[in-house]
Design a protein around this ligand. Structure first.
Ligand code: ADP
Length: 399
């Protein structure tokens, strides 16, 4: 079966087409600036040159139409006709407490995605727009939703409850959910393969370090804890997100800076993190370069970033009562050689010892640990799209 995987953001649509007979990628691409003047489609068919199409588009349906036209194009397409597509898999950020697995999208699923608009205002509305656009253009094939929150639904109340009056959980579902679940799922399963142990018997700490970042502690096949919470703002220091702060800072700054709730939300999500602290950039490469050339704020930002991660490693090893492996993934985790080394330095008390030579590598599945390290340190490039494509085929072909 050939499967289209779609990740619709507020002004972008990322996609990949898989041939699931051998899990090969036939084409991938990105529509950028949907609904904003200057829309572009970058379409990369396997084994052919990338094509860039510029055409202003009003909405996600027009964006998806442009993608589908590219997929069947005689010159740079990857399928002869739309009939070759057997199903579509959609990335959806928030599934609330409703879904612990991917599901075929029906009216009820759409209602749950909509019910989560209030708690994921930046992500769920465009995700649903992508689903609506695809269903309009491809009404006769199954559409599947894969939720970023699903993998973390095995967490127990001990780790997902906030110490707030209980009725805010009952009334508004205020609790910790966790995100990047598809990525944590993929790398945790690959890690078990690399350990040569059944997944259900492993203790794994996964570090998804991209522009957004989160960690997860996994034991006996279940997520025990993860660093993102009610929204993707909690936890690690990220490109533009603060991660953990004393909540009193929010009230204090709202008063001092005269911010309302919407402005405060944007302050902590978009102006903070590495960007706010360093004043250089949200991109770790830029901050690292500035730090190496003596920029003091950038140096502090790098230290805060790394210390926060070290803290979560200790936290999670305590909660797991042990650890078979750490797993680095996503942009920074896969490419940030010095950052990985700094994170793993001085953790030998916990049985973590990196081999600095083995660590000089990017984007490959490899063990970076020293031979005498008790804990393995894996680098595993993530592949969220493949997980979505696999779930989509499984659900589309289930009797
Ligand atoms: P997103 O969360 O947007 O999916 P990615 O997983 O693609 O992010 O990661 C993007 C981030 O990876 C960039 O912001 C950059 O900070 C980081 N990155 C990429 N290459 C390197 C590198 N060589 N060293 C350090 N950081 C890197």
């Amino acid at each position: 079966m050939k499967v289209l995987v779609v990740n619709a953001g507020s002004s972008s649509i990322k996609y990949q087409v898989f041939d699931m007979t051998d899990e090969s990628v036939l084409a991938k691409g990105l529509v950028d600036r949907v609904g904003i003047p200057g829309t572009t489609l970058e379409h990369k068919p396997a084994g052919k040159d990338e094509v860039v199409i510029k055409k202003d588009l009003p909405d996600h349906t027009a964006g998806m139409k442009l993608v589908l036209d590219a997929l069947v194009d005689k010159e740079y397409g990857c399928i002869k006709s739309m009939d070759e597509l057997g199903a579509v898999g959609h990335r959806v950020v928030h599934g609330g407490e409703g879904f612990a697995n991917s599901v075929i999208i029906d009216d009820n699923v759409k209602k749950v995605i909509k019910d989560c608009f209030a708690i994921a205002p930046l992500h769920n509305p465009p995700n649903l727009m992508g689903i609506d656009a695809c269903q309009e253009l491809m009404p006769n094939i199954p559409h599947v939703a894969a939720f970023d929150t699903a993998f973390h639904q095995t967490m127990e109340p001990a780790n997902y409850m906030y110490a707030l009056p209980y009725d805010v959980y009952e009334k508004y579902r205020v609790r910790r959910y966790g995100f990047h679940g598809t990525s944590h799922y993929y790398v945790a399963h690959r890690a078990a393969d690399m350990l040569g142990k059944p997944y259900e018997e492993c203790k794994i700490v996964t570090l998804h370090l991209g522009n957004g970042g989160s960690m997860a502690a996994i034991k006996d096949g279940k997520v025990v804890d993860t660093s993102m919470g009610f929204t993707p703002l909690e936890g690690l220091v990220m490109g533009t997100r603060s991660g953990d702060v004393d909540p009193a800072v929010v009230f204090f700054l709202m008063e001092k800076l005269g911010m309302d709730a919407v402005e405060a939300n944007s302050f902590f999500n978009k102006k903070s993190g590495m960007l706010g602290l360093s004043g250089v950039s949200n991109d770790l490469r830029d901050v690292e370069e500035a730090a190496n050339s003596g920029n003091e704020r950038a140096k502090i930002a790098m230290q805060v970033y790394i210390n926060k991660i070290k803290g979560y490693i200790g936290n999670y090893i305590a909660k797991l009562n042990g650890c078979d492996c750490l797993v680095f993934t996503a942009g920074v985790g896969e490419n940030g050689i010095d950052i990985r080394e700094s994170i793993c330095s001085d953790l030998d008390y916990l049985g973590i010892k990196m081999d600095a030579e083995k660590n000089k590598v990017r984007g490959k599945e490899v063990d970076l640990a020293a031979d005498d390290s008790k804990v393995r340190i894996f680098l595993i490039p993530t592949n969220e799209e493949l997980v979505i494509a696999r779930d989509t085929v499984a659900l589309a072909t289930a009797k």
